[in-house]
Design a protein around this ligand. Structure first.
Ligand SMILES: O=C[C@H](O)COP(=O)(O)O
Length: 214
């Protein structure tokens, strides 16, 4: 299972969480990675943890003030990027452009979507993976695998119908090892989570619990 920890803009210490993710990664067969804010990418990557960006824009080098360039993210040490997170929604053409920009920079891609219908559309753009996240469950602590398991199974089927090479992650409300196992049982190859680790009093202990049953 791939466990991607998104730090969003939570008031945590990104380097401390990165070090915890790195240390736990060394003790599990699961693949762990962390997605800090763009400004923190380089110092997070320096810890040795697998580092992802939260977003890249559909642009090239040039006159794009305030944008995030895929090449700069890669230069800072990121190996992948989220695109179209529920908190950073893009138009379809821009999702496509961001996937192409990430590919150009050699970044792995996970395109997020709200529901199985959008997952099919996202998979058609050819990312490495898609992530289904019902927005109403984000940050609630109620996992999608429990609240509406059909969403995960339908997302896996929708992606598979379009492109069987695109793997499926699920997210929203995931905070325990049982949640991760349930996601895997529904066909997901990974999970995207945030508050369960980034807002935990002890992020390392929270992560250890998450990967314990894997
Ligand atoms: O990127 C992560 C997702 O939005 C899930 O967030 P959450 O784990 O706080 O529900």
């Amino acid at each position: 299972m791939f466990v991607l920890v998104n730090l969003k803009t939570y008031p945590c210490d990104p380097v401390a969480v990165a070090e915890a993710v790195r240390d736990v990664d060394e003790s599990t067969d699961a693949r762990l990675a962390v997605a800090p804010q763009a400004a923190d990418l380089a110092r997070v990557a320096e810890t040795g943890v697998e580092t992802w960006a939260q977003h890249v824009d559909p642009i090239e080098h040039g006159s794009n003030t305030g944008h995030t360039l895929a090449e700069s993210v890669a230069d800072a040490g990121a190996v992948g990027t989220l695109i179209n997170h529920s908190e950073k929604r893009l138009k379809l053409a821009d999702i496509d452009g961001s996937v192409r920009a990430a590919e150009r920079a050699g970044l792995e891609t996970v395109v997020c979507a709200n529901n199985p219908e959008q997952i099919g559309a996202a998979a058609a753009l050819g990312p490495d993976a898609v992530a289904v996240e019902p927005p109403e469950l984000i940050g609630t602590g109620t996992p999608v695998s429990q609240a509406d398991p059909d969403i995960v199974e339908d997302a896996v089927e929708a992606a598979d119908n379009v492109d069987s090479e695109v793997s499926v992650l699920c997210g929203a409300g995931i905070s325990t090892g049982d949640d991760v196992v349930a996601a895997g049982d529904l066909g997901a190859e990974g999970v995207l989570l945030a508050s369960g680790v980034a807002k935990a009093d002890d992020p390392q202990a929270a992560l250890e619990d998450l990967v314990d049953p894997l």
